[in-house]
Design a protein around this ligand. Structure first.
Ligand code: SF4
Ligand code: SF4
Length: 379
């Protein structure tokens, strides 16, 4: 076995959630658990429930892989599994794999280009910046908002929140924006519009993305978290400074002019659709916020045209799968915030209208719940 990420400090896994039948376990409960239930105080599904619910019982009951329990356990009895082991094995077998990379990578390594150099030495072919294709995701959002006046939508790139709505809040399913996340939009764009033939892996800040990859048609085969990659590098004593700096294959295309520039989809969309209302919420309170949202929806109250919503308070750069900062690495600031690029974004969206087919970026699993506006030019 190249790398066993199912054991922590010699502990054995005593319970896990299933990602799917083929890819095995995801959240892991280890043998050090003392059933104190501290972890469940944060769980969106089980907090406030009686002492009869233990973590062993809770994990198989619809866990959304939000990771809110992960850092809470005093016994360090909670861990998670990603695809790093399979990814390394397949690279060693010579499989052609390129990497889609979350912008969080810049925050978590002294020089991400040396990490790419190391991964290239293992066989990774090219590195692509996911935040660039957030421009496509937001273009699709703008199209759908423009042709569905009056319907409140909820953003869908946060895998934990989307999982929560899909599996635990059926009344909100048809309000999820039926557009792939920037990650899956990247895969679609590179495969269809750039004719990339390689298998794809995602270098991810998020535990829950592994489930999204399976739900969106396995366009990306591996979810490798930044946290598990750091752990691998530290445990193997890999000296990253020995590796040549390798940059993104698409580095000349910049950082994107929507999410990459503003750090918020709402800001860019509001510049394009000033007559619509947008709201952004993040952090562990979003799950109780969704209950209020549902009540307002049922009561016919006014809601924002788009609710942009994230599980992690500080956004994906500090996502649940990023792990501890490495020694000597200072976190870099990420998104700029409130940059006014409205003309550039308008020009990019106009260009996408001519060159992209929106149906390629529609997420069928969400779209199938849509019962709204069949006579309103719904995409
Ligand atoms: S906090 Fe840790 S020890 Fe306590 S119930 Fe949760 S997993 Fe078990
Ligand atoms: S990952 Fe989230 S949903 Fe799953 S057990 Fe932990 S807190 Fe609960």
């Amino acid at each position: 076995m190249l790398y066993d990420n199912e054991k922590t400090g010699g502990s054995q896994v005593i319970m896990s959630t299933l990602c799917n039948k083929d890819k095995g376990r995801q959240m892991l409960l280890l043998s050090g658990c003392r059933q104190c239930r501290i972890c469940l105080q944060q769980c969106p599904l089980h907090k406030g429930k009686g002492a009869g619910v233990t973590m062993k019982m809770a994990l198989p009951q619809g866990c959304i892989h939000c990771g809110l329990c992960l850092g809470r356990c005093p016994q360090k009895a909670i861990d998670y599994q990603d695809d790093i082991e399979l990814f390394l094995q397949d690279l060693a077998k010579g499989r052609q794999i390129s990497l889609l990379v979350a912008p969080a990578v810049r925050r978590h390594f002294k020089d991400y280009r040396q990490v790419f150099g190391f991964l290239q030495s293992l066989g990774v072919r090219k590195f692509y910046n996911v935040v660039l294709r957030a421009d496509i995701t937001l273009w699709a959002y703008a199209q759908i908002l423009s042709s569905n006046y009056g319907k409140p939508f909820i953003s869908s790139p946060c895998a934990a929140v989307t999982d929560y709505i899909m599996n635990h809040m059926p009344a909100l399913r048809s309000h999820l924006m039926p557009v792939y996340s920037p990650l899956v939009c990247s895969a679609v764009f590179l495969k269809k519009y750039r004719q990339l033939d390689d298998d794809l892996a995602f270098l991810s800040p998020c535990i829950a993305k592994r489930g999204e990859l399976r739900r969106s048609g396995s366009k990306i085969q591996y979810s490798v978290t930044i946290g598990k990659l750091k752990q691998y590098i530290v445990e193997r004593g890999i000296d990253l400074s020995r590796y040549e700096a390798v940059d993104f294959a698409d580095s000349k295309e910049g950082q994107g002019i929507t999410l990459g520039a503003n750090g918020s989809g709402c800001t860019s969309l509001n510049q394009q659709l000033p007559d619509r209302r947008f709201k952004k919420v993040s952090g562990s309170g979003v799950y109780s916020y969704l209950a209020e949202y549902e009540a307002a929806l049922m009561a016919g109250d006014s809601l924002p045209d788009l609710l942009e919503i994230y599980n992690c308070e500080a956004g994906c750069d500090s996502g649940t799968g990023t792990g501890k900062m490495l020694p000597g690495v200072l976190p870099q600031t990420s998104a700029v915030g409130n940059v006014d690029l409205r003309q550039e974004v308008a020009a990019a969206f106009a260009s996408f209208n001519r060159t992209l087919t929106i149906a390629d970026y529609i997420w069928p699993e969400i779209k199938c719940y849509d019962t709204h506006g069949k006579d309103r030019r719904r995409i």
